[in-house]
Design a protein around this ligand. Structure first.
Ligand code: HEM
Ligand SMILES: *[C@@H]1O[C@H](CO)[C@@H](O)[C@H](O)[C@H]1NC(C)=O
Ligand SMILES: *[C@@H]1O[C@H](CO)[C@@H](O)[C@H](O)[C@H]1NC(C)=O
Ligand SMILES: *[C@@H]1O[C@H](CO)[C@@H](O)[C@H](O)[C@H]1NC(C)=O
Ligand SMILES: *[C@@H]1O[C@H](CO)[C@@H](O)[C@H](O)[C@H]1NC(C)=O
Ligand SMILES: *[C@@H]1O[C@H](CO)[C@@H](O)[C@H](O)[C@H]1NC(C)=O
Length: 492
């Protein structure tokens, strides 16, 4: 009797399994064979490989315009073709405006009102309001705040000249200093003080060390349903409460004392003060703080990693380092300072940073979903509504057809004569279209300030402690390395 029940149960499970995992084959879409209930993500779930490598492998295995995969049991379309990417990101943007990530107001009110995870009209409202905050005029006004931090970075290295430092650790302090100063209006002095309280909170905010945090962040991106079921928040609750309080007390103090600092907090509170009765989207204190929190979580690791990876590659490639230093020093001599114009004048610096972001595309992928049924003209295939789409930036950036000899760090790919040969929609470090990175200008400026202020006075050298090749920590979301990035700092 029992055996019959068991047999029926197994049959049922087998049927459900077949049904779930025939989604792509029944629609004639080339697909990556799922492994048990993990789909294509076993190596990620088991922490054997970083998502960067898994995406590259899937990308390389196929030569079709798109590939179906399963993330656990969720069908997900990986789009390889630049022409189709153009449709998704730009031309038919309206049909793909949301990311397939969790966003449930009752479970996580903060995430529901961040640019990154908000949906439809809420997103449109926030994006329209926040865009003016990141214009080049506003960045120019913010530059003095960044400069203070860059000078602190320079002083930090001066004190440690001759030592071999772990640079993730160093640039992290710089990024937290900048974001605290620009987005929260407080000086965190991480570079000046090893026990900065803000540093400790910042570390906690998106920290993946506990299982619960790991699980929340994974679910947020890959199994949004779990977020509703288990009611987990994307950012650590105590840390985000701390930052919201800080944000609110700063605003209160400024209103009392009429302080103007031209930072993001000023811009956000101006937005709120100038809201019209007719505006569709209105800010309240929580919604404003949610924006500042987004800047914190989106702007902190991204910039610090970009700076560290650049210094690492410069240590491995002394000729590139020397050439860049020459440009930096000449520009400094000409302007007597690193002004906004001076930073933008440096062509080689731009090439170097672009090449870093090609080789180290921090998030490895972009994320969208279909808002309705959508037929791809190229192949006639009709995608269902609400299907997750992953754009394999890591795969595109290492495709030898677009970037010959992709493992090589070569800023010349972005030289005046070569950059026009880069095929559109194959280089996507900041995404593209209306939903691309809103902080691109800010992030690039922060990165370039750090590089200019350090290369002017220091050389970075490879030592026995420098890990070559780099190994990524398979449990991390960004491209975090297992061993850290160690370089020797030499005062010139
Ligand atoms: C080197 C630094 C950075 C890199 C490589 C980077 C990369 C990205 C990428 C790839 C996306 C997704 C774009 C898409 O889906 O098409 C994104 C979105 C976003 N980034 Fe950045 N980012 C950086 C710095 C920053 C900074 C400094 C801020 C804020 C101060 C920021 C705020 C955001 C926000 C708010 C979004 C979501 C935009 C939306 O959905 O409307 N990022 N970023
Ligand atoms: C990072 O810096 C802190 C304090 O400055 C230090 O205690 C820690 O050992 C450093 N970590 C690494 C990996 O160097
Ligand atoms: C900010 O940077 C610190 C240091 O890298 C990191 O531990 C923390 O998770 C970051 N916070 C966020 C919200 O990304
Ligand atoms: C949000 O999550 C709750 C359960 O925590 C669920 O009842 C509700 O349907 C979800 N809302 C949306 C819009 O998915
Ligand atoms: C570097 O990349 C940015 C986009 O990420 C682009 O606007 C800029 O023109 C690029 N610079 C060069 C020299 O290719
Ligand atoms: C995730 O959680 C596990 C413990 O469950 C831990 O070993 C791992 O280091 C955590 N963090 C990351 C980034 O993987």
């Amino acid at each position: 009797m029992f055996a019959i029940y068991l047999g029926c149960l197994l049959l049922l499970l087998y049927y459900l399994y077949q049904k779930t995992y025939s989604y792509w084959s029944s629609r004639g879409v080339p697909f990556d064979k799922p492994f048990l209930i993990f789909g294509s993500f076993f190596d990620i779930a088991a922490r054997k490989k970083h998502i960067f490598h898994v995406l590259r492998e899937i990308y390389d295995k196929f030569d079709t315009p798109y590939v179906g995969i399963y993330i656990l049991n969720q069908p997900t379309l990986i789009v390889r073709s630049p022409e189709i990417l153009k449709r998704i990101l730009v031309k038919d943007f309206d049909k793909f405006l949301n990311r397939k990530v969790a966003s449930n107001e009752s479970v996580d009110p903060i995430a529901a009102h961040t640019l990154f995870s908000s949906k439809d009209q809420i997103w449109r409202g926030i994006r329209a309001k926040i865009s003016p905050v990141f214009t080049s005029g506003k960045m120019k006004l913010m530059l003095p705040l960044m400069k203070e931090c860059a000078e602190d970075l320079n002083a930090y290295l001066t004190k440690r000249a001759g030592e071999t430092l772990e640079f993730r650790n160093v640039t992290k302090k710089y990024s937290v200093d900048i974001i605290s100063s620009c987005a929260f209006g407080v000086n965190s002095y991480c570079l000046k003080d090893d026990n900065s309280e803000i540093m400790q909170v910042a570390t906690k905010l998106l920290d993946l060390k506990s299982f619960v945090r790991n699980f929340s962040v994974f679910s947020f991106f890959f199994v949004p349903k779990f977020v509703d079921i288990f009611r987990v928040t994307f950012l650590d609750k105590t840390a985000s409460d701390y930052l919201i309080k800080m944000f609110q007390s700063t605003i209160a103090e400024r209103q009392k004392k009429n302080i103007v600092r031209n930072d993001l907090i000023d811009l956000l509170s101006n937005l709120k003060d100038n809201e019209k009765f007719t505006d569709e989207y209105k800010f309240d204190d929580i919604k404003m703080a949610a924006q500042a929190l987004t800047f914190f979580s989106a702007g902190n690791d991204t910039t610090s990693l970009t700076i560290s990876f650049t210094l690492y590659e410069l240590a491995l490639n002394p000729t590139i380092q020397d050439r860049l230093r020459q440009e930096v020093q000449e520009t400094f001599a000409k302007h007597g300072d690193f002004t906004y114009d001076a930073i933008y004048e440096m062509k080689y610096l731009d090439m170097v940073v672009n090449e870093t972001l090609r080789k180290y595309p921090l998030t490895s992928f972009l994320n969208r979903k279909s808002a309705s049924k959508y037929t791809f003209e190229e192949t006639g295939f009709t995608l269902d509504e609400d299907v997750a789409i992953l754009i394999p930036v890591a795969g595109l950036h290492f495709d030898p057809e677009y970037f010959p000899d992709p493992e090589k760090y070569d800023p010349e790919r972005f030289s005046e004569e070569n950059k026009n040969k880069i095929q559109p929609y194959t280089y996507l470090p900041f995404g593209d279209g209306p939903r691309s990175c809103i902080g691109q200008r800010f992030g690039l400026l922060v990165t370039k300030m750090a590089l200019a202020y350090t290369l002017k006075d220091f050389a970075f050298e490879r030592t026995a402690a420098t890990a070559v090749p780099l190994v990524f920590n398979s449990g991390s979301f960004f491209m975090q390395t297992k061993t850290g990035l160690h370089m020797k700092v030499v005062k010139l």
